[in-house]
Design a protein around this ligand. Sequence first.
Ligand code: MN
Length: 231
Amino acid sequence: MNIPASLLWETEPVQVPVSGQSKSFPVRRVYCVGRNYVDHIREMKEGNERDAPFFFQKPTDSIVASGATIPYPQLTQDFQFEGELVVAIGEGGASIPSDKAEAHIFGYAVGIDMTRRDRQKEAFASGRPWEIGKSFDHSAPCGEITPIDACPSIGAATLSLSVNGEQRQRTGLGLMIWNVAEIIENLSQHYRLEPGDLIFTGTPAGVGAVSEGDVIRADVTGLSALEVTVA
Ligand code: MN
């Protein structure tokens, strides 16, 4: 029996533009670090500041390009932004030591980990997975990737996020609890990393809710800005 025509669907591979290149970066998986800035752990009043990093995933097709309009999602009254540095993996590997991590990085981008905070908090309180709060359609806006050769020293860069032009988050990336190399070391012990993987590296304090019509802009020094509008 042939597969019914109703089951055949066409989809484009998920890709993220690369600055200065005509080819885009094909996305394999989207990993996210759960808690990575002390000030955000304190504002959320959860977790131990010295816990090892933990990870969750978003669907690959939740990636949204800069300039897009994202629908206000179902099932939430508390749709929040989390501005984050994104690492794009260019070379795979398992159990990568932190001092070898940089060779696996293709480049960096600015991302926003969009979150249904009310659903995430419910899941947290009941000991259930975070999926419904974190891993939904359009939940992973990601800006253009800048290849690592063209990046500034990322640990010295500043991340900021504004809503309708008003600054809401700002941090030095040097304030991450686990830096990029340590994240790669840790994550690659859980999963074999492959080219095309993206890692959202966690958010600092200042997270908050957005409403329909809001424009969210996130910046990291030296990288292309990311801007999305909430429909
Ligand atoms: Mn996050």
